[in-house]
Ligand binder design. Structure first.
Ligand code: GUN
Ligand code: ZN
Length: 490
């Protein structure tokens, strides 16, 4: 059981050596006050200036009402009297973070994080991914994968996600059902392919079927309590102008209901045979993004409705032109930045400074299975490394607040839900993680015995950095969505 105290308790703080595992309640947060070090970003935080918006409250409290909504967030000693009746969950020595948002992960690649294809994107897809994803036609296999997918999400604290779905409706039903059962937020849509190599045969349908199945998925799963649907063409190379025309029409008819759009953009730029070159050649467009912007006719002429907008997320955007970045910013389209996957497939790195300068929302994506890490904290660690390693003057040591922003609030923004979750402000749903460093000696000791700068702001950044980079599932004591403990159900 947790240490439960009244708000006026003067109990000794939990130290990194206290066996907190034995104290963790796992109970829901209705009418509770959780006491710990709070780290989150204020709602107006923007990339490039995140440090100015970092909220760090060393002896903090988050009060959650019966509906799972945060009603107080701030210093424990300023907790309003009206919450004095609430049960106190004493996590001192620990931290409370907003739940992580994974803006791009592949459910049909749940068991493909270690697939060797001996090549970059297109070879890997053809040799490993298309055959592997074809197995989801088996409902039993898909159900096992859906369960594992949800458990893996919970283990790493991913409370909300944009999930690239399976081609098979039966597998998508298994995914949505498992997500609801586990109480996780999910946006997903079946992966649409209407053309491709023979290894993708099982995943390919004709255009009419693709549209019918997508429309049916919207009807059945969009606007659920925790579920929403996206239209998800795999990428421009797996569809045709005719598919994009029909998808544009469908999107136009459901955009008003808040349906999402999700795909890949400019990931692999190998000359001639790579993805970007192949898209330009197939569509005869100036820029890859044009194909999603209704401009998929030769010369980037308009041929249909745009699929871009505030509920559109494009994964990677590694090799974009300034024109593409400006257009994404203009339409409110977000980028799912996937550095772990980009390392795996040799895709290069999204240019941090240039992308931020255009004002595009940058969320993080694991891109499981090209990304071989489920944890958005591990992806943030890779983000730090790849941007530190950008050439010349492009190199940047990302402030830890930037890492936390891209792992949480920016993901909520990419999902157009920052009014509901993504930080710990009053009025947000209690989607949060309780981290107990003492559960993991490497993390507990590194925080307890850390060398810290004299400058308070730097010392705070150092603590957040150590927490994010040292975080592993063992240290996550509780994962909550809308105040419900989803880790207890896992
Ligand atoms: N582009 C098209 N399909 C995929 C995929 O499954 N993974 C990645 N990383 N890129 C893609
Ligand atoms: Zn992907």
């Amino acid at each position: 059981m947790p240490a439960q105290t009244s708000p006026s308790s003067t109990d000794e703080p939990v130290t990194a050596t206290t066996p907190i595992a034995a104290m963790q309640s796992g109970t829901d947060l209705a009418r509770t006050v959780s006491r710990a070090h709070l780290f989150h970003l204020s709602g107006d935080a923007v990339a490039g200036r995140a440090a100015q918006h970092l909220i760090s409250v060393p002896d903090g409290a988050v009060a959650v009402d019966a509906a799972g909504v945060i009603v107080y967030s701030g210093p424990y000693d300023q907790l309003p009297q009206e919450y004095s009746e609430y049960r106190v969950l004493d996590h001192r020595g620990g931290f409370i973070l907003p739940g992580f948002v994974d803006a791009h992960m592949h459910y049909p690649q749940t068991f493909l994080c270690n697939a060797y294809g001996g090549g970059q994107l297109l070879e890997w897809l053809e040799r490993c991914i298309f055959p592997g994803e074809s197995r989801y036609s088996d409902p039993e296999y898909a159900a096992v994968a859906a369960e594992t997918f949800c458990r893996n999400r919970i283990a790493v604290g991913t409370t909300a996600a944009m999930v690239f779905g399976s081609a098979f409706p039966v597998a998508q039903d298994a995914l949505f059902e498992a997500s609801v059962r586990h109480g996780l937020r999910i946006v997903s849509g079946r992966g649409i392919q209407t053309v491709g190599p023979s290894s993708a045969d099982a995943l390919i349908t004709d255009e009419d079927t693709a549209i019918e199945l997508a429309a049916d998925e919207v009807l059945r799963w969009h606007g659920g309590d925790l579920t929403d649907v996206a239209l998800v063409p795999r990428f421009s190379l797996s569809v045709t102008r005719r598919t994009l025309t029909a998808l544009g029409e469908l999107y136009e008819s459901v955009r008003g209901q808040g349906v999402y759009f999700h795909s890949h953009l400019s990931e692999n730029d190998r000359p001639v045979t790579g993805e970007v070159a192949a898209v330009r050649a197939a569509y005869e467009v100036a820029d890859y993004l044009d194909t999603y912007d209704g401009r998929f006719l030769p010369g980037s002429d308009k041929g249909g409705h745009s699929l871009l907008g505030p509920r559109s997320i494009l994964a990677h955007a590694v090799h974009c032109t300034d024109r593409e970045l400006a257009r994404m910013a203009e339409t409110g389209t977000s980028i799912a930045h996937c550095p772990t996957s980009q390392l795996f497939l040799g895709s290069g790195t999204m240019p941090w400074r240039r992308t931020v300068a255009h004002g595009v929302t940058i969320a993080l994506g694991s891109d499981v299975g090209a990304g071989d890490e489920w944890s958005i904290a591990r992806v943030a660690s890779d983000s730090y490394k790849v941007h530190m390693s950008e050439p010349g003057a492009d190199a940047i040591a990302l402030d830890p607040a930037e890492l936390l922003l891209s792992a949480t609030l920016a993901g909520a923004r990419a999902l157009d839900r920052a009014d509901t979750f993504g930080n710990l402000e009053v009025g947000r749903h209690a989607d949060l993680l309780v981290v107990e460093p003492a559960r993991l000696e490497s993390l507990g000791r590194s925080l307890e015995w850390a060398v810290r700068a004299d400058d308070e702001q730097m010392a705070t950044a150092q603590t957040l950095f150590a927490l994010l980079l040292g975080l592993r599932p063992e240290a996550i004591a509780g994962v909550y969505v809308r105040g419900v403990c989803v880790s207890e159900r896992a």
